[in-house]
Write a protein that binds this ligand. Structure first.
Ligand code: ATP
Length: 914
């Protein structure tokens, strides 16, 4: 059970319960309360809130019923009609619309009707697919919940920020995004960036003092507004407004921005399509002119030009790429990597270096204190996990330096330890949680200690400073406790406590040897020190530069994540280097790095101080060979990313703190931790791991490579159709023959096969060897020469097959409609067979498992039905100028399909060998 302290009701202005609160809140709608003008406890009294305990759960429920969830109602984005209309603003659709209008003007009503109908269907399909891709991405964006630390019923809890109600007491720390409008009542070095609200990008200091009524919003230092970000310090505030009633909610409701679906690759493809459009436009005009010159009718030549344009433009390409990327994004989400920026999906596949934090990403972040070194004596701690069952030492009394060490660890601590369903949970930093657990094992309950010796002042933990301090009054004397990296505290210590608790001169060498021995076992080492304080001074004024009294060392295990070991091995096989960049001590870091396989025996680590001494050139040289960087300050991560990038690497970098944000932004792929990361880091990242596990980065890279493969497969599959159709038309004109396929038939082929054949490649599972190849060079062309030749080969096969059979049918005296039906079916059958070739660009369909992508089979079966309808249903015959064909024609068509399949198969084999 959590401790409950007295409730804050000293004003006697006991306000009505929930109903009254509602009334107060309703009044706010007309006249808002100037919370900054009220004293903090007055504000709390108005909200019936207690600074010490927060709200009771029952009270939360009734307030939620009144105020609803703490979320801002999104402004509607583009309406469906507008989005549908935008589908028509595409070059190909405009060509089609023009063609429809011209054919109508020429009185060709059927053709015109079909062209316009197809345009409509095309827009509809685009609309649905884009909508699906967008909503998939939008749901993902919301699946990284924003969490806050709240005090409820006297307990610290981590909750989704949507669960807040007015009156909740929220604890703020550096890196938090403010979840609702808060009246601050405590602030220690608290600084916020409020640009989201005020446009001002400089940090503003926050405090708990009362301000004049007319203070402008931007100057209200005692308020923290929803959507702003805390960049340093600690503080606490009471929620005054939630959801739409917050300043952000009122001033500008968040616009439900559609996620950006463009990536460098889709841009490149769109540019390619546009370039092709111009080339084809010129070719179509030439065709038209040549035809006229040869005496063909203007209408026939117009239709040929339209056929050329419709056939040769790869209109489905950008949409298919977006969908393939979106499918990749949802696959990654299933493997616990949430993509926040779509281009990351592509870049992941090219990643050459992953820079990972140690604690929590490569290790479990489940700290358990194993040993304590105090007064020259080593004490072993038993028990595992966060359960306080276990012993400190072998039954000896806990006294002297050992007791002081445990006491300091519990007091200089912001974590909470709760028992939930017979299970012990730490709220806050696991390093601090472990200190609470070990204190309880020795019979010291942190809640009692914190009540007996309340905190008078604090210096919050900061990765750059590497220690934290708190001030307490103990038996009439002020005492400051420090805990942090031993390199920070030991040099500042002049004396130490011996085993009996007596002050003696500090024995540095002995302590250093003990610390290194712990670190060499992979233990995380924390030092504890204290300072008898002058009652008149604050912690900051006292400084911690010297004069500390060393109390002890605490060594805790943080085992490597089992999955990380395998993931590092896979990365190495995939040509990806893994580097550990940690704030921890070099010896601990190296020990863990060796266990995980990041460092080999004999390898050394570079620490932050050595790193600082290197110039950029020197650093570029060092980052080539060093894999473990220890005691690195967050700011140095940025230099490391830059040095790696200067060496031509594609860098993925993890981070969780506020100061990591610049490095996350600079890296090609910034990766934030979903569980342990700050909101600031998540905002800066391209990808968020929902389980903080290194293995999820490896999984995302694997998926990224798979997505890229599938894109290349789609392009390799789709281009021959366009080129083949273009070639058929040009060849027919050059040869002076009738068009083997009409524009409508080309439309039919492109529309149906892109949706039912090509798109199925997006569902292709990842190939088995995807993580055994080196990373794709980022600037490399999408198609290598081998694939370009394959595209040419299949285009020529399509030309020869369809034109050849078309001429043969005519020569055998079949009708034009039958000959054209054969030509159309050649295209579809060759594409279907070629689809199996494209499932892997190097291996045979049998080699990858004929049924490993069922979507392909469903697609092929659907196409078979559609072709049967096109060939045999009279209405379709009339609309598309087709005619029923016989068995022997089908056999010929199939023979062409099989031939194409075999030729491509031989090409694959030949290339695999050379
Ligand atoms: P990583 O960078 O891999 O996550 P880390 O947790 O060790 O590793 P930091 O959080 O930057 O990195 O911590 C740096 C050092 O500061 C730690 O090695 C430890 O000695 C000390 N430290 C960590 N957490 C605390 C804390 N809550 N209070 C005091 N000191 C701490």
């Amino acid at each position: 059970m959590c401790a409950t302290a007295h409730r804050l009701h000293k004003h006697g202005t006991s306000l009505p319960a929930s109903a009254g609160l509602l009334q107060t809140m309703n009044e706010q709608g007309r006249k808002r309360i100037a919370w900054h003008y009220l004293a903090a406890d007055e504000a709390a009294a108005r909200l019936e809130a207690s600074f010490n305990d927060g709200l009771a759960e029952s009270e939360v429920l009734s307030r939620r019923a009144i105020h609803g969830e703490n979320r801002i109602t999104p402004k509607p984005g583009k309406g469906p009609l507008q989005r549908f209309a935008l589908q028509f603003v595409q070059p190909l659709i405009l060509v089609l619309l023009a063609a429809g209008v011209v054919t109508a003007a020429l009185g060709e009503w059927v053709d015109s009707g079909v062209i316009l109908g197809v345009t409509l269907i095309n827009a509809l399909i685009g609309f649905i697919q884009e909508g699906r891709a967008e909503s998939a991405l939008a749901t993902l964006a919301q699946s990284v919940p924003s969490e806050v630390t709240v005090l409820r019923g006297g307990c610290k809890q981590r909750l989704a920020s949507t669960a807040l109600v007015p009156g909740d007491v929220v604890l703020l720390a550096a890196g938090d995004k403010v979840p609702a409008d808060l009246r601050l009542f405590r602030a220690k070095d608290l600084q916020a960036i409020e640009s989201a609200l005020t446009g001002e990008s400089a940090a503003v200091a926050k405090h708990g003092e009362t301000l004049p009524e007319d203070t402008l919003l931007a100057d209200r230092g005692n308020m923290a507004y929803a959507g702003t970000v805390m960049i340093s310090g600690q503080g606490a505030g009471v929620v005054v407004d939630t959801g739409d009633r917050t300043e952000t909610g009122r001033i500008s409701r968040l616009i439900a921005e559609a996620p950006d679906l463009t990536t460098p690759l889709t841009c490149r493809m769109a540019a390619f399509s546009n370039w092709l459009l111009i080339a084809i436009g010129v070719l179509a005009a030439l065709t038209f002119a040549v035809g006229l010159w040869r005496g063909e009718s203007a209408f026939a030549m117009f239709m040929a030009a339209v056929a050329l344009a419709v056939g040769a433009i790869p209109e489905g390409l950008p949409a298919a790429m977006t969908i393939t990327l979106a499918i990749g994004v949802s696959r990654m989400a299933r493997r616990r990597a949430i993509i926040r920026k779509l281009p990351a999906v592509e870049t992941l596949g090219s990643t050459t270096v992953i820079c990972s934090d140690k604690t929590g990403t490569l290790t479990e972040n489940q700290m358990t204190v194993r040993e304590i070194h105090t007064g020259g004596k080593r004490t072993v701690v038993s028990g595992s996990g966060y359960s306080p069952n276990g012993k400190v030492g072998e039954g000896e009394t806990i006294a002297g330096a050992l007791r002081e060490c445990l006491l300091a660890g519990a007091l200089c601590n912001d974590a909470g330890l709760n028992r939930v369903n017979r299970h012990w949970e730490v709220v806050g930093d696991p390093t601090e949680g472990a200190l609470l657990v070990v204190a309880r094992k020795a019979g010291l309950d942190e809640r009692t200690l914190q009540r007996l010796f309340p905190r008078l002042d604090e210096i919050p933990f900061d990765s750059a400073r590497q220690y934290m301090a708190t001030l307490h009054e103990i038996e009439g004397q002020r005492m400051a406790y420090y805990k942090g990296a031993f390199e920070q505290l030991l040099p500042r210590s002049q004396s130490m406590l011996d085993a009996n608790g007596q002050s003696v001169p500090v024995r540095r060498v002995e302590i250093e040897v003990a610390a290194r021995a712990m670190a060499a076992q992979g233990l995380r080492v924390l030092a504890i020190a204290r300072l008898a304080a002058d009652p008149a001074l604050t912690l900051e004024a006292m400084g911690a530069d010297s004069g500390l009294q060393f109390v002890g060392l605490v060594g805790m295990i943080d085992p490597p994540r089992p999955k990380a070991i395998a993931a590092v091995r896979t990365c190495h096989a995939a040509g990806i280097t893994v580097k550990m960049i940690t704030g921890d001590h070099a010896v601990t870091a190296l020990s863990i790095a060796r266990q995980i396989g990041i460092a080999r025996a004999g390898e050394t680590a570079l620490n932050g101080r050595e790193l600082a001494a290197l110039d950029d050139e020197g650093l570029r040289g060092v980052v080539r060979s060093v894999n473990v960087f220890a005691r690195v300050e967050p700011e140095q991560k940025l230099r490391l990313v830059r040095a790696l990038q200067a060496n031509g690497e594609v860098v993925a970098m993890t981070g969780d703190g506020v100061n990591d944000a610049p490095a996350l932004k600079q890296a090609h792929i910034g990766i934030a931790m979903g569980l342990g990361g700050t909101e600031v880091a998540k905002d800066a990242a391209d990808m968020v791991l929902t389980d903080d596990d290194f293995a999820s980065i490896e999984a995302a890279i694997e998926e990224g490579r798979g997505v890229f493969d599938n894109l290349v497969k789609f392009i390799t599959w789709t281009l021959p159709t366009n080129f083949g159709e273009g070639l058929v038309i040009v060849a027919a004109i050059v040869a002076g023959a009738t068009l083997p396929i009409t524009p409508l038939q080309i439309l039919w082929i492109n529309m149906t096969t892109a949706v039912f054949l090509g798109l199925m490649l997006a569902f292709e599972p990842i190939e088995h060897n995807v993580m055994r190849r080196p990373p794709r060079p980022p600037g490399a062309p999408i198609l290598d020469t081998g694939l370009v030749w394959r595209i040419v080969l299949v285009s020529v096969l399509l030309l020869a097959g369809s034109f050849g059979l078309f001429l043969r049918e005519l020569a055998q005296g079949e009708s034009l409609a039958e000959a054209r039906t054969v030509a159309v079916n050649v295209f579809v059958v060759v594409e279907a067979m070629y689809l199996f070739n494209c499932r892997s660009l190097t291996r045979t369909a049998l080699g990858i498992g004929l049924f490993s992508n069922p979507a392909v089979w469903y697609g092929v079966l659907t196409m078979a039905v559609l072709q049967a309808l096109l060939t045999y249903v009279p209405l379709m015959n009339r609309l598309f100028a087709t005619a029923p064909i016989g068995l022997h024609q089908w056999l010929e068509i199939l023979a062409v399909g099989v031939l194409a399949y075999v030729v491509v198969g031989i090409d694959k084999q030949w290339r695999a060998r050379h």
